[in-house]
Write a protein that binds this ligand. Structure first.
Ligand SMILES: *[C@@H]1O[C@H](CO)[C@@H](O)[C@H](O)[C@H]1NC(C)=O
Ligand SMILES: *[C@@H]1O[C@H](CO)[C@@H](O)[C@H](O)[C@H]1NC(C)=O
Ligand SMILES: *[C@@H]1O[C@H](CO)[C@@H](O)[C@H](O)[C@H]1NC(C)=O
Ligand SMILES: *[C@@H]1O[C@H](CO)[C@@H](O)[C@H](O)[C@H]1NC(C)=O
Ligand SMILES: *[C@@H]1O[C@H](CO)[C@@H](O)[C@H](O)[C@H]1NC(C)=O
Length: 447
């Protein structure tokens, strides 16, 4: 024991932990730092190890691990953007395997293991990652396997099912797909925002106006129920028991950002007004002095889900900059200032360079996690987005095979309506929003 101490003491300075460091004037330096953040992110992933399930992060809570099923899907999206924007393909094989493994027997990102957490938004996060694969010409699977574009079309078709929409508040999509899940009676912005976003991207990729129509209608509905208000606040949702009139006024950055990105795909004169409006709201609510901030939870406790939102915010802003050129200087200014603050607090973990969540504080907050790494990976790779090609379409070299009818004969609603009570224990993204509806309104009253 004594001798090891003797060795440890003098050795310690040599092994000094290096905080994450970036020279923001150098693209190579940004890439290098992003690679380190990605490497640290992958330490949370074990799906490629014997006996583990490919595609998912350890979970679901409370017993299996910190992460719900959707977050694995979201991680592959972050890594696809990382690859596309930096050129580093280190994680492409894992991404390919992870996405395909979770595609499910019907090639629609539904499988029995995760029915208890099958929010429409959860399924949609996998579809959006699959869409990135199509839009970046990521390696196409062999014809017998699921195809990136068709997977997204399957999810979209399933979510047009009226049984996921009827029952109150008009046209909008329910949060949960499974009637027994808590949250089936909640109609929220993220489920509808994801559907809007996927539709906008399918419309651009395939030039099929059916998608455009549904996306435009979804936007109109969000305005009609006042989840998007005239000041570009974007609220969380409401319950059908009050016909969606008592709105849960929590604001999360990913809600505004998913609409922003979708609007950028719909880009034309009408949509440019909305893009600018959403950006006004986003800068006002989710940035403090140019640094990303999550107001609904950052002063208190953010759930593992909420700890991922800053990465989406920055990546979806980057897509917007790419697709709607007039937003570029504003978005890249915010991205740069936010990235600098993000990196400054990456001094945690065993290697001294892992990141926390409180970017505005300038100090590592002591909490490590996959979400925290995904966020910093997102903002660093977003800095390089404008150097890469815009998302491709079927008409500009995209090779992914589609199937406009995929999923149209299926509904997760029917097939899972008989799940057991045990399965209900958890639910997907923002379960906590439903559970804390009461405390949320209280929070807003206090504020
Ligand atoms: C991916 O896997 C294939 C076959 O297993 C291998 O040939 C290829 O080099 C791998 N690519 C990367 C980037 O690791
Ligand atoms: C479902 O769970 C079983 C048992 O843990 C596992 O073997 C299988 O790989 C899982 N499938 C998916 C798609 O997650
Ligand atoms: C319920 O809300 C929808 C959407 O705003 C509206 O179209 C409908 O008229 C409302 N129904 C009732 C009974 O108020
Ligand atoms: C996509 O492009 C291919 C050839 O480039 C064409 O055969 C196919 O019909 C197109 N699909 C759609 C949906 O436009
Ligand atoms: C356009 O999309 C709709 C909805 O999925 C589908 O029913 C229709 O067949 C598609 N049209 C074409 C030309 O692919």
């Amino acid at each position: 024991m004594i001798s090891s101490l003797v060795y440890l003491l003098p050795l310690y300075p040599l092994a000094a932990l290096a905080a994450l460091e970036v020279d923001f004037n150098s693209k190579d330096s940004i890439k290098q730092a992003a690679a380190q953040v990605a490497e640290d992110l992958l330490t949370y992933y074990h799906g490629d190890e014997p006996g583990q399930i490919p595609g998912i992060l350890p979970g679901p809570p409370p017993d299996g691990g910190a992460y719900y099923w959707w977050e694995g899907g979201a991680m592959w999206g972050a890594l696809l953007d990382y690859w596309h924007w930096t050129g580093d393909d280190t994680f492409n094989n894992l991404t390919y395997q992870g996405l395909l493994f979770q595609a499910g027997p019907n090639k629609d990102f539904v499988n029995n293991n995760w029915s208890f957490s099958l929010g429409n938004d959860d399924q949609a996060f996998w579809a959006m990652s699959s869409l990135i694969a199509a839009e970046t010409n990521f390696e196409d699977p062999p014809p017998k396997e699921a195809q990136w574009l068709a997977l997204a079309q399957a999810v979209w078709n399933e979510q047009t099912d009226s049984r996921l929409r009827d029952g109150g508040c008009g046209f909008g999509l329910r949060w949960q797909a499974v009637s027994l899940n808590p949250g089936f009676s909640y109609k929220n912005t993220i489920a509808n925002g994801c559907f809007f976003n996927i539709g906008a991207r399918l419309a651009r990729y395939t030039k099929n106006d059916t998608y455009t129509d549904w996306s435009a209608r979804t936007w109109d509905w969000l305005v009609d129920v006042k989840y998007i208000d005239k000041d570009w606040n974007v609220y969380d949702g409401a319950d059908i028991s009050n016909n969606c009139t008592i709105i849960v006024k929590q604001q999360f950055s990913y809600n505004a950002a998913i609409l922003l990105q979708g609007a950028a795909y719909m880009y034309n004169y009408v949509w440019l007004d909305r893009i600018d409006g959403l950006l006004d709201g986003i800068e006002r609510i989710f940035f403090i002095k140019g640094v990303a901030y999550e107001p609904a939870c950052e002063g208190g406790v953010c759930t593992a889900d909420m700890l991922t939102y800053k990465g989406f915010l920055h990546r979806w802003m980057a897509y917007t900059a790419q697709l709607a050129p007039t937003t570029r200087s504003r978005i890249m200014r915010l991205t740069m200032s936010s990235a600098k603050a993000a990196v400054a607090q990456c001094t945690g973990g065993d290697n001294g360079r892992q990141c926390g969540f409180h970017w505005t504080s300038g100090k590592f907050d002591g909490l490590l996690g996959a979400g925290q790494q995904m966020n910093v990976l997102g903002v660093l790779s977003a800095l390089l987005a404008l150097d890469s090609t815009a998302p491709v379409t079927n008409g500009t070299g995209g090779t992914s095979t589609g199937n406009p009818n995929a999923g149209s004969d299926r509904s997760p609603y029917i097939e899972f309506s008989a799940i057991t009570t045990g399965d209900r224990a958890g639910a997907g993204i923002l379960t906590v929003a439903a559970i804390t509806l009461a405390s949320a309104s209280l929070w807003w009253m206090i504020k």
